[in-house]
Design a protein around this ligand. Structure first.
Ligand code: FES
Length: 172
């Protein structure tokens, strides 16, 4: 490996590499790069919810692909974060179905309760508010995603209960 090329094991821990190997095994040997989305997600989880340049490159090198191709994936999809985020990232859908069913109220309720705007993180680092495109749960709009969990048919009362749980540590 040339000196200027990142060594994946310097950046991805053993647990991440093992999980990535399990994804690589699902594809033909010459198509390792098919695991890039899983690889970026694994690297992001390892890093507290965001993915650095070095981690993107480590995933790319591990999957025998050009780093620029992995950057393209990491910057295209809203599930990847390129900057640090709060412990809990609240991804609120504001697309048409959610908008028609009250996503504006969801956003304003969360902004008021947390004292931050969309795209911001609370000073204590606990919460980030993020606006996202349709997450495919339109039938139960309005909705948001926290971690890997969808929260649907949101109302102010339900939002307060979700946040109360997270603040108490019960919803983790
Ligand atoms: S429009 Fe919000 S989940 Fe589809």
């Amino acid at each position: 490996m040339p000196a200027n090329v990142i060594n994946p094991s310097d950046h991805l821990n053993a647990e991440s590499l093992a999980e990535l190997d399990s994804w690589v095994s699902k594809y033909p040997a010459e198509r390792k790069m098919s695991a890039v989305m899983a690889g970026l997600r694994i690297a992001q989880d390892q890093n507290g919810g965001w993915i650095s340049d070095d981690l993107i490159e480590a995933v790319a090198v591990y999957l025998d692909m050009e780093p620029i191709a992995a950057y393209e994936v990491a910057t295209f999809y809203s599930m990847y974060e390129r900057d640090p985020v709060g412990k809990h990232k609240l991804s609120i859908c504001t697309n048409i179905s959610c908008m028609l069913r009250g996503s504006d109220e969801v956003v304003s309720h969360l902004e008021k309760r947390l004292g931050i705007k969309l795209g911001e993180t609370t000073d204590d680092g606990n919460f980030t508010l993020k606006e996202v495109e349709c997450l495919g749960a339109c039938v139960n709009a309005p909705m948001m995603q926290i971690g890997r969990q969808y929260h649907e048919n949101l109302t102010p009362e339900l939002l307060d209960s979700i946040l109360d749980n997270l603040e108490s540590g019960a919803g983790e």
